[in-house]
Design a protein around this ligand. Structure first.
Ligand SMILES: Cc1cc2nc3c(=O)[nH]c(=O)nc-3n(C[C@H](O)[C@H](O)[C@H](O)COP(=O)(O)O)c2cc1C
Length: 165
């Protein structure tokens, strides 16, 4: 069982979420390649996919969306899990509504799509990004819930075992 885990990040927080998922899978003896979607030239030889993207202006990054388009046929034929990292609704304890990511994912019918709360670290952003994030009501902080991330990875592991049993 070999998994490709892609993560698309502008400022690192999504890559770090992906790294925790990859680590968890490896601890369960699942072989994982982690890559940025724009660096992937072939998806041959993978049994399943985990795709993650930061959410900017309510969308996945162009690189993440492009990945789903380039490999649509393979992705539609294999198990796919998806995660988004964003800040919308964090004040209520919930990240953005996954369905807002829209047709990109719905067309692939992922096994699951989860939205993790991300990080707003103004000092890492340029002035424009900072202003947009503040206009969106973001409060400074790292809202990532590592227990939630590992639990989601564990659910994937269970599902993979069921698939191959
Ligand atoms: C300019 C800007 C726009 C953003 N737009 C959204 C958004 O539409 N929805 C959302 O949930 N989070 C939004 N966020 C929050 C980011 O998704 C969050 O900071 C995330 O952790 C960034 O991931 P990264 O560090 O991997 O780039 C925005 C952040 C910035 C700076």
């Amino acid at each position: 069982m070999k998994i490709l885990l892609t993560s698309s990040s502008r400022h690192g927080s999504t890559d770090e979420v992906a790294a925790v998922i990859a680590q968890r899978l490896r601890e369960a003896a699942v072989e994982v390649d982690q890559a940025h979607p724009e660096d992937v030239e072939s998806v041959e030889g993978y049994d399943a996919f985990i795709m993650g993207s930061a959410v900017y202006m309510t969308k996945w990054t162009n690189e993440a969306v492009d990945f789903t388009r380039r490999f649509r046929t393979t992705l539609a034929a294999k198990p796919v899990w998806a995660f988004s990292v964003g800040l919308s609704g964090v004040a209520d304890g919930q990240a953005a509504d996954p369905l807002r990511i829209g047709p990109v994912l719905l067309a692939l019918e992922p096994e699951d799509h989860i939205c993790f709360a991300g990080r707003f670290a103004p000092d890492r952003l340029n002035l424009r990004e900072r202003s947009i994030a503040r206009l969106g009501g973001a409060s400074e902080g790292d809202y990532r819930d590592w227990d939630q991330v590992t639990q989601w990875a564990d659910a994937i592991i269970t599902s993979l075992h069921d698939t191959t049993a």
